[in-house]
Design a protein around this ligand. Structure first.
Ligand SMILES: [Zn+2]
Length: 340
């Protein structure tokens, strides 16, 4: 992933840290409403993504403490189009066993372990995929992903994965762009999957997914991140699909999630409020000392408490069927994370 150029102001604020809770003050969106809740991060990684920049489990916990993140989902990356250095489901489960109060493990299988040929079954047909996912679920996995595979989004092998996730009861977090989870403007392939598995929560992210917040999304928007504000045009595919399919969710992590809101903050703020039941806070932490502009962006938007409660933690608790909260109800307020 290449980093877009971001407003220096936000980088500096993130670099300074100390954002355990939002700061009071004023923003373009009125008197700021500081953050009231500790985050549950729907999207992080542990291990190597960039050479020399490994994010260890201790390093992830440090980032979580610095930013008021109570718990984080650790997502394996196993497909060759997703990473040069695979991060396994066993790694995510080991992180969970070491810190069960902080880490929420996901599991992942590349669909091409299945031959797709009924006369020459590969390692995993649907039946054995269900067995494998059930085993991971029984060891503690709460979701499937990061599903980032170089196949069309509704390729038959991909549909087998969705069916297995639906049967085992694991929400799926997917990457969608022009080369992984491949789709095109209007998101017809994603719609096919949403329609085929209405009981499967599907949580989307990345360039193509978030470009589709706008009605004017073009093929080239699926392959790169924005680097300058751009107005959102009404009629985005995400709006249409969220209206039609209650199983579609959005992961606000990484540059795609950031730019979806920042490109047109008036629209972005209204979108967060209107879709508060469908959006999940995430960082996509994958290296030590990574800076995440989402913290300051969200703090600047003066979001109502009930919207914060859902996006920052409540939706994750509900979707991943987590064991409630730490004593104050599903979305109750929390003190800042104690610094370690
Ligand atoms: Zn990721």
């Amino acid at each position: 992933m290449s980093e877009p150029s971001l407003p220096r102001r936000r980088f500096l604020a993130a670099a300074l840290g100390g954002l355990a809770l939002g700061r009071p003050g004023r923003s373009a969106h009125g008197a700021a409403n500081p953050r009231k809740y500790r985050y549950i991060d729907i999207h992080t990684h542990v291990g190597r993504y960039y050479w020399g920049k490994d994010l260890t489990l201790a390093g992830l916990l440090k980032l979580m403490d610095r930013h008021g993140i109570e718990r984080a989902c650790v997502l394996p990356l196993v497909s060759p189009e997703a990473t040069v250095y695979p991060q396994t489901s066993d790694d995510a489960l080991a992180a969970f066993r070491a810190h069960p109060d902080r880490i929420i493990p996901f599991c992942c299988v590349d669909p091409r372990t299945n031959s797709g040929n009924p006369n020459r079954a590969g390692r995993l047909d649907l039946r054995s995929m269900i067995e494998v996912l059930t085993r991971f679920r029984d060891l503690g996995a709460k979701g499937f992903g990061e599903h980032q595979v170089g196949l069309p989004f509704d390729h038959p092998l991909m549909m087998t994965v969705y069916e297995a996730c639906a049967r085992v009861g694991l929400p799926i977090l997917f990457h969608l762009d022009d080369i992984r989870g491949i789709d095109t403007p209007g998101l017809p392939r994603l719609e096919h999957a949403l329609k085929s598995f209405p009981e499967l929560p599907m949580i989307g992210h990345a360039a193509g997914f978030w470009a589709s917040i706008s009605g004017d999304a073009r093929p080239e928007d699926f392959r790169r991140y924005l680097s300058a504000p751009r107005r959102v045009t009404p009629g985005g595919a995400l709006e249409r699909l969220m209206d039609a399919y209650p199983n579609l969710y959005g992961d606000l992590s990484e540059p795609g999630g950031y730019w979806a809101i920042h490109r047109d903050e008036t629209f972005g703020r209204a979108f967060l409020i209107r879709r508060a039941d469908r959006l999940l806070f995430g960082t996509d932490f994958l290296m030590a000392d990574q800076e995440i502009p989402q913290f300051e962006l969200l703090d600047s938007l003066n979001l109502p408490n009930e919207v914060q409660a859902k996006i920052y933690r409540g939706n994750a608790l509900r979707l991943l069927k987590l064991d409630g909260d730490r004593g104050t109800g599903p979305t109750g307020p929390h003190p800042p994370s104690p610094s370690r």
